[in-house]
Design a protein around this ligand. Structure first.
Ligand SMILES: [Zn+2]
Length: 273
């Protein structure tokens, strides 16, 4: 089976009281959380009428770990951004005295609003992050979102130095899995911890191949493609992951699972620092 790039997916969230693609509702609630947490916004660029916003700890501390969480690269994978919102709503301001947290809550707003995978220009926002001589470079596959992220690679490289988590969904699945990166070593506590946080909500995908990669015990480990997360690990992030929740399952459960995997990533990073 292949994923359709423009098939539209819409769900209703009981806990947020709106549709999965209600972008105005999403931005309104995001703004509320960002004001509460006093995170600093930097707009990396515009995609049609929407901004590509990055939020950082207002007062980053040089002796603390830098971690980055991103969501919403694929428009139909809506539980990522909503899970981010739930994760943010559960944070307290004192977290920023312990770690430098940055977030990209919604990378592909035009796809999110339409409820389809690609952006409104028909590009895949999570491909085209090529790396040459230690630098991310634009390729023919790069999207408008990707070009903006690549233009800010020095900043994003710094902000993800101690870890990058990006939250995706798989619309073909009833079960969950994780792409994990622990450069030069087998999957360890970082990878298995993230996987197990999802397995609390869904069954783990059976061993198989996905997009040609070996899926083993719910993990696809250290496989480099031209995705954003793979690129940041190649640029030096100590560890990285891409979580995949099953979009054939209940939407609110998927939101809860995305929130949980972000909390697991944060908690693991706090223990390392
Ligand atoms: Zn995706």
């Amino acid at each position: 089976m292949n994923r359709s790039s423009f098939q539209q997916f819409h769900w209703h969230s009981q806990q947020f009281g709106c549709a999965s693609n209600d972008i105005d509702c999403f931005y309104q609630q995001l703004q509320h959380q960002m004001q509460r947490l006093a995170m600093a916004k930097q707009t990396l660029g515009e995609i049609a009428a929407y901004p590509l916003d990055l939020y950082q700890s207002a007062e980053p501390q040089a002796d603390k770990a830098n971690i980055l969480i991103s969501a919403g690269f694929h428009g139909e994978e809506a539980a990522g951004p909503w899970g981010m919102l739930k994760f943010l709503s559960q944070l307290e301001n004192d977290i920023f005295s312990q770690i430098n947290l940055s977030v990209l809550p919604l990378v592909n707003p035009t796809g999110f609003k339409a409820g389809h995978r690609f952006n409104q220009f028909g590009e895949n926002p999570n491909r085209g992050f090529a790396v040459e001589d230690g630098q991310a470079v634009v390729s023919e596959e790069s999207s408008v979102e990707g070009k903006l992220l690549i233009a800010h690679q020095d900043l994003l490289k710094t902000l993800s130095r101690d870890g990058i988590l990006t939250c995706h969904e798989d619309v073909l699945q009833h079960s969950c899995y994780v792409y994990s990166f622990e450069p030069g070593q087998a999957a360890g506590a970082f990878s298995t911890g993230l996987r197990d946080s999802l397995a609390h909500y869904f069954t783990l995908a059976a061993d198989s191949t996905i997009d040609g990669w070996n899926l083993d015990k719910g993990l696809i480990h250290n496989h480099y493609d031209s995705s954003f997360e793979s690129c940041l690990v190649q640029l030096g992030a100590k560890r990285g992951a891409c979580s995949e929740t099953p979009a054939l399952e209940d939407f609110d459960q998927r939101i809860n699972a995305n929130c949980a995997v972000m909390q697991q990533f944060l908690n693991f990073s706090l223990k390392q620092s």
